[in-house]
Ligand binder design. Sequence first.
Ligand SMILES: Nc1ncnc2c1ncn2[C@@H]1O[C@H](COP(=O)(O)OP(=O)(O)OP(=O)(O)O)[C@@H](O)[C@H]1O
Length: 456
Amino acid sequence: MQTEHEAQRRQDAELVKMQQASALRKEEARRATEQKILEQMLQEKKEKAEIERETAKAKALAEGEGRAREAKLLEDYNKRMILERMSGEREKWIAAINTTFSHIQGGFTMLLTDRSKLLMGIGGVTALAAGVYTTREGAKVTWGYINRILGQPSLIRESSMPKFPLLRFNALKPTSASLSGGAGFENVILHPSLKRRIEHLARATANTKAHDAPFRNMMFYGPPGTGKTLVAREMARKSGLDYAMMTGGDVAPLGSEAVTKIHQIFDWAKKSRKGMLLFIDEADAFLCERNSTHMSEAQRSALNALLFRTGDQSRDIVLVLATNRPSDLDAAITDRIDEVIEFPLPGDEERFQLLRLYLNQYMLKEDDKGSLWGTLLNKQRQKIQVKDITDDLLREAARKINGFSGREIAKLMASVQAAVYGRPDCVLDPQLFMEVVEYKVAEHQQRIKLASEAAT
Ligand SMILES: Nc1ncnc2c1ncn2[C@@H]1O[C@H](COP(=O)(O)OP(=O)(O)OP(=O)(O)O)[C@@H](O)[C@H]1O
């Protein structure tokens, strides 16, 4: 009985085991199926996305191809149109050219066969050419004539006379002091005796015109930069005359034209109602000794023309010659000069006064009150402050710059001004002033040394 029972129990246990194993297998199969389904779903999803991508690509490609085909068709159409238009134009032009040539050919044939028409044709062409040529040349001659009658001669570099008389206004206005005899050459620093002589000459010149007496010609000679041009300009202003300036060096390059130009100047100068002061700077450049070997034939003729025009005492023109080498001038020229004035290098006192004049002009009175632009500029510009520049200091500087010309002194003061502008505070003090003076003195000595070396 017990063995039966035991067997039964074993059988049951066996059954339970089998049932458990079967449940386990079922569970595993279910899990595997689930996994498979999941994988399949994923695969499907992937495939779906791939299909969509491919479809989009195919769609885009189809669209692009369509557009490209359209563009190609349009381009072909345009090309065809252009070609058609071009060939149309070409045919039109060919037809036009053919027609023109056939007309010309017909015309020529007609001209060659008909003698009277041929003569008329030749006459017409000749008349047309002559007409064009005469008009062009006529205009040139007329303009030259008007220019000669009214215009300023080309040799004149600077003048108080307007270029055309209708535009008459005075660049250099005569002062009322000129005739009354109170002529003051404020901006010209000369030795007192020389200044008196110049003032006297200016008064005499003004009165000469007033009394219709003949003018006296002058010659200014002396080293460069001593005020010859300055005085000639001031003298014209103070004496109430018109003023014109030319340079001797401009005459030589004119060659054979020089004679005409010299006559032109004298004809033009005679037109001034006030009388003309004709200033010839660097006179030795073209009025030198006629026998000199380096003088050209054209220069000699120009000199002769000037001698011819100045042979008599003139009531219209005062001739003022300036030269650094008076001994080079032709004897016939010096014979026509009534007043010979020497302009020496400034002495001690004149150098001091020149320093003061230009200190005043460049640093103390630098305001340009004349123009609105000047006033506006001055508002923005930092003003120069002059500190302790006494007369004693200026006299000491004047002693140091012995041998300087008026021009060199003006330039020295311009350098001082530049040095002051180079300082942030724009102050001119004795130290800066003397520094520039010393530097300029050394520069002057160096220049003299170089010049003497070049001369030997
Ligand atoms: N005596 C002077 N008084 C005041 N300034 C002078 C004097 N001499 C020269 N100067 C200054 O030098 C400058 C040049 O002078 P200017 O042209 O009159 O000399 P110049 O004797 O004619 O020289 P050049 O022989 O080289 O032609 C003037 O514009 C002026 O600033």
